[in-house]
Ligand binder design. Structure first.
Ligand code: GRF
Length: 208
């Protein structure tokens, strides 16, 4: 059975969506950089192995990434899923798991990389916003895109209402993307994604 390691930093609702999707893969570990991440409780209740590599225990980013990489490598995962993992991985760590890490990002990339995406989308006055699943490359939020879901920003939307409307879309596209990748329907080579033609229409959606 293909193996997944999921990385979280907080609430872990995307991780819960993956678990609740009951995908035919082994979730070897839910790993967090934050010992107080709420999502760890959910994983434990579900009987999933959890582990913490607390970034505060390491003097610098390199040593933290080394420890994190070792903690991941223990499971030899086929796929590493950043599901609300709020640390930037250094290029060495990305290279160590090259083309095996995906991330869920709350914007329609390449727009609004980084943080506070919903507030920035409102501020910019864009009409469309959403979320993206992409492979992780050394450049922040810039890797090849697997799936996107969009909605329109309404005149009275706030960052919070947008977050509330977009989160369910994240919960749809993340488990779906994992399945496509691990079933070989979405492949990556030299930073280029190839999708099985049968899923192309399912790799983007618009919710009005
Ligand atoms: C999600 O919006 C994700 O896209 C972003 O951080 C949030 C994490 O939420 N990177 P959760 O921890 O999965 O509930």
């Amino acid at each position: 059975m293909k193996k997944i390691v999921i990385l979280i930093s907080g609430r872990g609702s995307n991780m819960q969506a993956i678990v609740n999707a009951e995908l035919p893969y082994n979730i070897c570990c839910v790993l967090s950089n934050n010992p107080d991440a709420k999502g760890l409780d959910f994983a434990k209740i579900k009987g999933i192995n959890t582990s913490v590599v607390n970034h505060r225990d390491y003097p610098d980013r390199e040593s933290f990434d080394q420890a994190l990489g070792d903690a991941i490598d223990k499971y030899e995962p086929d796929l590493i899923v950043l599901a609300g993992f709020m640390r930037i991985l250094n290029p060495n760590l990305v290279a160590r798991f090259s083309e095996r890490i995906i991330n869920i990002h709350p914007s329609l990339l390449p727009a609004f990389t980084g943080l506070n995406t919903h507030a920035r989308a409102i501020e910019a006055g864009v009409k469309l916003h959403g979320c993206t699943v992409h492979f992780v490359t050394p450049d922040l939020d810039a890797g090849p895109i697997v799936a996107q879901a969009a909605l329109c920003i309404r005149p009275n939307d706030s960052p919070q209402t947008l977050a509330d409307r977009i989160l369910p879309l994240e919960h749809e596209i993340l488990p779906k993307s994992i399945t496509w990748i691990l079933d070989g329907r979405c492949t990556i080579s030299s930073n280029q994604i190839t999708l099985d033609p049968a899923i192309i229409n399912d790799s983007f959606s618009f919710r009005g």
